[in-house]
Each structure stands twice: as structure tokens, then as C-alpha cells.
Design a protein around this ligand. Structure first.
Ligand code: XMP
Length: 516
């Protein structure tokens, strides 16, 4: 394992992903972890991430010198680089040499482990106030910029390396190569980590954990629960039962996708609960978004618990049902361990996630994986593309894409409009360019239109295509006018009651991706 020490901000996750892209397994640890504990994990290398602080700021995270004396190769980036410099006796000062954004880096190539085979001048992404003016003893300076004399240093003998910039961001043109040079040449690690190893490893672990007992998995229709279920199915076969709660808020064709395609691809035992009426009754008369979310979450848990109880009752020796499978991903693990916690902007992001007071043990086979890796595992397990490449869809489904009260008629109308938008985006080959495209019905708004010779008084549909890396921030997608025109024409022609299609051109922040 390669440890990525997290000094705050969001850099560590990106670094961990880049290390895995280099086919080396990586994990994130907080900078507050004692060095002895880090070393106890037997890391093949340690990477120090960037962070928001100045090394001289009061309370700024620091590092025990022992980390550099353990014989483990270390690579410091940005804040990590400066910390390495000061800890080992170099000089870092606030000499006014600030650099933010794209910067030209001059590389002195002779004898550099990090930069070999990369151009003498390359574009890198900088973000720092302080700067290193003298490298610690024993280090060779291998790069500089117009304002920073020491922008990279290397000590091959001790296997310690550092760069002032952020090699993990894509604006650093040779960043991935430099990182790989550290891993392969500096630390001598072989690139052998792949998702097929993960599949084999997880299958063995699941078998060991579950033994001869039985497990239940809730399917939401999304990628994560589907891949988790497929993996567990592969490990324990008929000891697994999946539950799919059809709350009537899914998009067109999605329930069938789970019932038919997923079952066909995996052979899983599936219990489908048709709870449409129950959800619609509970939602009747409610138009406040938070209230809708709470109702959907509550009903979901109740329905799921009932299905669960039925499975336990049906199983010979009911106490055998001891495990619950969840599609928890690595970013969730990092974020829930990370501490600071983001403000509650919308309640419950995890319908399809389950009650808190369950008496089951959890099986979470995707805990080590990032989203793109989960997709690769899904592919490896033979799941259909429509499931593996599916764009994110909120647990509360179309219930939070109808602004106003949720009714069956409105859902049917929105399902049609959404299906048209999805069809045209796919036909235009745009699926991979956009993160997701919510289609929203403004059910309480009407506007005047004209169709044929008649006046209409119908509802608007909003298209909300966004591009994003992680849904934390997003920008509205610049879709081709032709595609937008086609979607608009088709929706207004084919969906009765809709006489206007509008485009949401708001980034996040300030707008969230969903409208509710
Ligand atoms: P917002 O609207 O907060 O959405 O910008 C960020 C991402 O989360 C999805 N989303 C949800 N996913 N349960 C989920 O599983 C939810 O309750 C939920 N609400 C929003 C949204 O589609 C976007 O990808």
C-alpha cells in the first residue's frame, strides 16, 4: 500500500486516485495519525498531500521527523513539500513569491528521478503563498520557476522527493508521469494493482465473512448497489437475496432494468416490492422539498424492513440471515472519517441506504473503491452497460424533480419528458460528456402557448445538464443547440400538457444539481 497523508482540502482523494491509475494501491490517512501507526501499515511509499495552511501558521499540521528516517520513500507535494523542506532543515519563507494557477516550470534534467523523459519546460499547477528558497542538505534541486528557486528537490540516496506544485491535477501536463516516476523508479514499486485483483480478493473476503449464513442486499437501481450485489452474488450465490423497492418514482424503464437485465446478468434471487401506491398516498398533498425527502426516506425504510422480515421468516432457520450488503464507496468512508462534516444542505442522501438501528452485520465490498473503479468492477462482472455507466440518480427519484405535489399523472408526464431527453442525449453521443441531466417538471407553474390554432396553458419542463467531477461542484453543460432543439421539439410535441422547455444555466454553487 501507498499511504497518502491528508493535510486538508480535497487534494488527498485526487492523489489517491492518481496513484491507483498508476496501478498501485493507495489509501488515505489523516495527518494527525502518529507516524508509528502509519509505519505499522508497512507502506511501500508515503505521499504528503497539499493543504490550505502555511507551514508557519499557528496550529498548522506538522510532521514527525521520524517519518523521513524510516527508510520509506516519501514524496511531498505543495504543503507536503514545504513541510518536508522545513522539517529536514531547508528554508521556506513568505518572500512574496506567490503563484496561483498555471505556471511554467524549468526542469534541470540531469540525474533527476522525477523528471526524466519529460520536457525541460513544462506547465504545472501552483497554489502557494510561501516558497522554498533553500533545499535541505543532501538534496538536489531539480526544478525552479521564475519566482521560486526551489520548485522540486530529490534525494535519491534517502528516497525523498518533493515538488512545490500539484502533479495530481490535470493542468500539470506531466504530473502523472512524475508521480509514476516516483512510484516506479523512486520507490521501486511494480504497477500490478488492477480491478480484477479486487474482484478475486473481495470474493474471498466475502466468503470468509459470511460463511454459510445468508445476506440481504437492497437494490436501488444505481451502480453501487448493483455492483455490490453482483460481487456478493458471485461469492455466495443463492445465500444472497436482493430486495428492490419499487416506489413508483423511478424513471421509464428503470424498474424493468433491475427486474430483467440485472437478474439475467447475475442470476440473483430478487424480491420486488411494489410500493407505488403506498408512496403516492404518503406524498399526497405535500409540496415542500424537505418534507417530501423525509416521507420518501421514512417509507423506504419501513417497506425495506418489512421485506427483510419476510425474508428472515421465509428462510429455514431465520437467524441465518445475518448480513446486509451495502454499496459504500471509498469517498464515503473518507468523508465520514474525515471529521469536519459538510453542512446539511439537503436531508438524507441515501435512500437505498438503510435504517441505522439494524441488527445485521454489514458487508461492504466496495469500501476501497472510487466510482470509476466500481464501474470497472461492474464491467468485469459482466453487468450491462446501461447499469454500469448509469448516471447518478437521487434516491428519492422523480419525487424531487416535480416542483409541487407529486401525483401519478405528473410522474407519468415527467417520465415521458425525461425519457425523450435521455434518448436524444444518448443519440448525440453526449452521455460521457455530462455528469447527469435532471429533467424537472414545474408542476405549479403554467404558461400560455399556442399549438396548432389553439391556445394552450401548460407546464414548463426544465433541462438541467451539468458537468462535474464529484457532484460537490458543477457547471452547466454547454450542449449543442441542435440537441437542445431536438429535445425541446420532441417534448412539446409528444408530451401533452408541456408547452415550454427551458434550460437551467446555473452552476453549483449557487444552484444545487437537483431542484429540490
Ligand atoms: P445536489 O442536488 O445536492 O446533488 O447538488 C448532488 C448529487 O447527489 C444526488 N442526490 C442524491 N442522491 N439520494 C441520493 O442517493 C438523495 O437524496 C440525493 N439528492 C441528490 C444528485 O442527483 C447529484 O448527483
Amino acid at each position: 500500500v501507498v499511504l497518502v497523508v491528508d493535510f486538508g482540502a480535497q487534494y488527498a482523494q485526487l492523489i489517491a486516485r492518481r496513484v491507483r491509475e498508476a496501478r498501485v494501491y493507495s489509501e488515505i490517512v489523516p495527518s494527525t495519525m502518529p507516524v508509528a501507526e502509519m509505519l505499522a501499515k508497512n507502506p511501500r511509499a508515503i505521499i504528503l498531500s497539499g493543504g490550505p495552511s502555511s507551514v508557519y501558521a499557528e496550529g498548522a499540521p506538522s510532521l514527525d521527523r521520524a517519518l523521513f528516517e524510516a527508510g520509506v520513500p516519501v514524496f511531498g507535494m505543495c504543503y507536503g513539500f514545504q513541510l518536508m523542506a522545513t522539517t529536514l532543515g531547508g528554508t521556506v519563507d513568505d518572500n512574496g513569491a506567490r503563484e496561483y494557477g498555471r505556471t511554467a516550470l524549468a526542469v534541470s534534467k540531469s540525474g533527476s528521478t522525477l523528471f526524466e523523459g519529460t520536457p525541460a519546460e513544462q506547465s504545472v499547477w501552483m497554489s502557494h503563498g510561501d516558497a522554498c528558497s533553500a533545499a535541505p542538505e543532501g538534496f538536489t534541486v531539480t526544478a525552479s520557476t521564475d519566482v521560486v528557486p526551489v520548485a522540486a528537490f530529490e534525494n535519491d540516496e534517502k528516497k525523498l522527493y518533493g515538488v512545490q506544485y500539484h502533479p495530481e491535477v490535470m493542468h500539470s501536463t506531466y504530473g502523472q508521469q512524475v508521480l509514476e516516476h516516483f512510484l516506479y523508479r523512486g520507490a521501486g514499486i511494480e504497477p500490478v494493482w488492477t480491478t480484477s485483483n479486487v474482484v478475486e480478493e473481495q470474493i474471498a473476503l466475502i466468503r470468509e465473512q459470511v460463511g454459510t449464513k445468508r445476506a440481504i442486499c437492497g437494490l436501488s437501481g444505481g451502480v453501487d448497489s448493483a455492483v455490490a450485489a453482483a460481487l456478493v452474488q458471485k461469492a455466495i450465490g443463492s445465500q444472497l437475496t436482493c430486495v428492490y423497492v419499487d416506489h413508483g418514482l423511478m424513471r421509464k424503464g428503470e424498474t424493468e432494468q433491475v427486474e430483467k437485465d440485472f437478474v439475467a446478468a447475475t442470476g440473483v434471487q430478487l424480491k420486488v416490492v411494489d410500493a407505488e401506491k403506498r408512496f403516492l398516498d404518503a406524498l399526497a398533498g405535500v409540496s415542500d422539498p424537505e418534507q417530501k425527502r423525509k416521507i420518501i426516506g421514512r417509507e423506504f425504510i419501513r417497506v425495506f424492513e418489512q421485506a427483510q422480515a419476510e425474508i428472515v421468516a421465509e428462510a429455514a432457520g431465520g437467524e441465518d440471515v445475518a448480513f446486509l450488503v451495502q454499496g459504500t464507496l471509498y469517498p464515503d468512508v473518507v468523508e465520514s472519517g474525515g471529521g469536519t462534516g459538510t453542512a446539511n444542505i439537503k436531508s438524507h442522501h441515501n435512500v437505498g441506504g438503510l435504517p441505522e438501528d439494524i441488527e445485521f452485520q454489514l458487508v461492504e465490498p466496495l469500501r476501497q473503491l472510487f466510482k470509476d473503479e466500481v464501474r470497472m468492477v461492474g464491467q468485469e462482472l459482466g453487468l450491462p452497460d446501461e447499469i454500469v455507466q448509469r448516471q447518478p440518480f437521487p434516491g428519492p427519484g422523480l419525487g424531487i424533480r416535480i416542483v409541487g405535489e407529486v401525483t401519478k399523472e405528473r410522474l407519468d408526464l415527467l417520465r415521458e419528458a425525461d425519457a425523450i431527453a435521455r434518448e436524444e442525449l444518448t443519440a448525440a453521443g453526449l452521455d460521457r460528456d455530462i455528469w447527469q441531466c435532471p429533467v424537472v417538471l414545474l408542476a405549479d407553474v403554467r404558461s400560455v402557448g399556442v399549438q396548432g390554432d389553439g391556445r394552450t396553458y401548460g407546464h414548463p419542463i426544465v433541462l438541467r445538464p451539468v458537468s462535474s467531477e464529484d457532484a460537490m461542484t458543477a457547471d452547466w453543460s454547454r450542449l449543442p443547440y441542435e440537441t437542445l432543439a431536438k429535445i425541446s421539439t420532441r417534448i412539446t410535441n409528444e408530451v401533452a400538457e408541456v408547452n415550454r422547455v427551458v434550460l437551467d444555466v446555473t452552476s453549483k454553487p449557487p444552484g444545487t444539481i437537483e431542484w429540490e
